[in-house]
Design a protein. Structure first.
Length: 161
């Protein structure tokens, strides 16, 4: 059995618990779904086990990564201490967790959490928020365009035969 280093578990106990819970739920739901489909389709137990290993593993991996990333919003980026959900500031170092201001050199040398000067002598500029929704919508539109193109190609191929 693979063991995580004690410092990872000790530094982020809430994230570790949330990740374990998400992985366990994903495996349980996947096992139930695989059992239902195996019985319904009349497949053998070995086929069901192979489906569970494939899809249960993927579901558990996805749930674990997602829960760990969601729990990372509780971690102060400056001192790496885990705080309570929805805290306005870090209790350890006082960093403003609501705005999460970050500063970077115009040459890309350093990303910092306080304004100041880079080692190269340039002033650190405040970084703007990442437009996550715009990127997600662009990805969704690209996926729909690919599906539409494949559908049109399939219809054209069927019409030519």
């Amino acid at each position: 059995m693979m063991r995580l280093p004690r410092r990872v578990v000790a530094a982020r106990p809430a994230a570790f618990r949330a990740t374990l819970m998400a992985v366990a739920v994903a495996l349980a739901v996947s096992a139930l779904g695989t059992a239902v489909f195996t019985v319904t389709l009349g497949e053998s137990v070995s086929d069901g086990l192979l489906n569970f290993l494939t899809f249960g593993g993927l579901a558990a991996l996805t749930a674990g990564v997602l829960s760990w990333e969601l729990a990372s919003s509780r971690v102060c980026p400056r001192c790496r201490r885990e705080g309570p959900r929805g805290a306005a500031g870090c209790a350890n170092c006082g960093y403003d967790l609501r705005s999460r201001r970050r500063f970077a050199c115009s040459e890309g040398h350093v990303v910092a959490y306080d304004p100041g000067m880079c080692d190269c002598g340039r002033r650190l500029l405040e970084l703007g928020p990442v437009p996550v929704l715009r990127h997600a919508m662009g990805t969704l539109l690209l996926a729909l365009a690919v599906v539409a193109a494949l559908g049109i190609a399939a219809l054209l191929a069927a019409a030519l035969q």
